[in-house]
Design a protein around this ligand. Structure first.
Ligand SMILES: Nc1nc2c(ncn2[C@@H]2O[C@H](COP(=O)(O)OP(=O)(O)O)[C@@H](O)[C@H]2O)c(=O)[nH]1
Ligand SMILES: [Mg+2]
Length: 198
């Protein structure tokens, strides 16, 4: 979190994390297409040598004023492929909130577990606050025999995170997810600021 007092801006970093091809870029594309151009940046995608794989995507959103500050939300995605471990760690640094985009297709169960463990390892390495908000998005709910909320919770051993079902290709759950993580992140920042003052 960076507060720019001159511009009265509160910069928040939200990272979309998850296994390769779970739909992280698709989320940002949908948000970009469905927010007013005067409240968002262009969608910036840094491509790697391969075609579909991206080094990361970036999109900035502006929300209405809170306590005299304008929250500027910076959304990032990480590349999911195993060999981009180092880039994932860099992108995650300084995150104020995290969306874990899980792939609900049954055959991707193991990939979700690996990515979830990898996320928590990096969170510890960056000494991110243990209460840093994490929202789980169960994407690809349209897949045959898609895993439901309870199954995914027990798979990831995630009891307390809010879960949103989604089909990012047609936009279902996408705006709901981003609103939820923004709300959770702002609440978390307000709570920790209050705790520090006490
Ligand atoms: N069936 C289905 N396909 C999806 C969904 N969300 C994304 N995809 C597709 O999955 C592929 C990978 O998506 P992408 O956003 O590039 O994944 P990323 O690697 O996590 O950034 C693309 O072909 C998307 O169109 C979904 O909810 N359902
Ligand atoms: Mg991507």
């Amino acid at each position: 979190m960076i507060i720019d007092y001159k511009r009265k801006q509160l910069n928040l970093k939200i990272v979309y994390y998850g296994p390769a091809l779970s739909g992280k870029t698709t989320n940002l594309e949908y948000i970009h297409a469905h927010t007013s151009p005067d409240r968002r940046s262009n969608l910036v995608s840094l491509k790697t040598a391969e075609d579909r794989t991206l080094f990361f995507d970036f999109l900035q959103l502006e929300l209405g004023r809170i306590s005299g500050l304008v929250p500027i939300i910076q959304l990032y995605t990480v590349p999911g492929q195993t060999y981009y471990q180092a880039s994932r760690k860099v992108v995650l640094k300084g995150a104020d909130g995290i969306v874990f985009v899980a792939d609900s297709a049954r055959e991707r169960a193991l990939d979700n577990i690996v990515s979830w463990c990898d996320l928590h390892m990096h969170m510890r390495e960056h000494q991110l606050h243990e209460r840093t908000p994490v929202v789980i998005q169960l994407n690809k709910q349209d897949a045959d025999g898609a895993l439901g909320e309870e199954e995914m919770r027990s798979l990831l051993n995630a009891k307390d995170c809010p879960v949103v079902g989604a089909v990012a290709v047609n936009g279902r759950g996408v705006l709901e997810t981003v609103k939820l993580i923004c709300g959770e992140t702002i609440r978390f920042i307000q709570t920790t600021a209050r705790e520090k003052r006490q």
